[in-house]
Design a protein around this ligand. Sequence first.
Ligand code: E4P
Length: 217
Amino acid sequence: MKFFVDTADVNEIRELNDLGLVDGVTTNPSLILKSGRAILEVTKEICGIVEGPVSAEVAATDYETIMKEAAVIAKIADNICIKLPLTLDGLKACKNLVSDGHKTNVTLCFSANQALLAAKAGATFVSPFIGRLDDIAIDGMDLIREIRQIFDNYGFETEILAASARTVNHIKEAALIGADVVTAPPATLKALVKHPLTEAGLATFLADWAKTGQKIG
Ligand code: E4P
């Protein structure tokens, strides 16, 4: 499973990338707002930090303007991935951008039928939003399961990018189902390492080691 980090904060991306935990980055207009930076400038910087795909989202909703914005975003770097809304105009743009050799991420997916459309449009990634479904008392994991089955039934190559993952259990369940990628905030990715028995065990080993009076090397 690939790990993408869901942030436009370059310091956090750098830290996780140095830990070897970043296979790509996802951003969205809300994350750009939170970063306080200009989209083209911050996205270019992110593309220089990580080797994998960096999703940057268009702001337009009509096909013509989506394509104009996509052309600007595409020039940022070779590892850019153009993020498009799951609408008819977004899907049309996806099909044409993929034909032109661009990577695409179709976002705001909340149903298996929407994911099917993204796959038929040739999207590189489709982003079903787990957490936002959970917010309205619908199990987001059921959606990941349905999409996995549909894509496997037909051999679609579009990767399932489990998005809006907010807890370590979201990541574990998405991995068990077989999502290709998960994107999560930096704190959630870092929290994967935590286990109370690891912490307690390490504390005991360190205390006993100090009692031996030994040094290694
Ligand atoms: C994905 O690409 C989105 O940027 C993100 O995962 C949305 O997460 P949220 O629902 O926690 O805002």
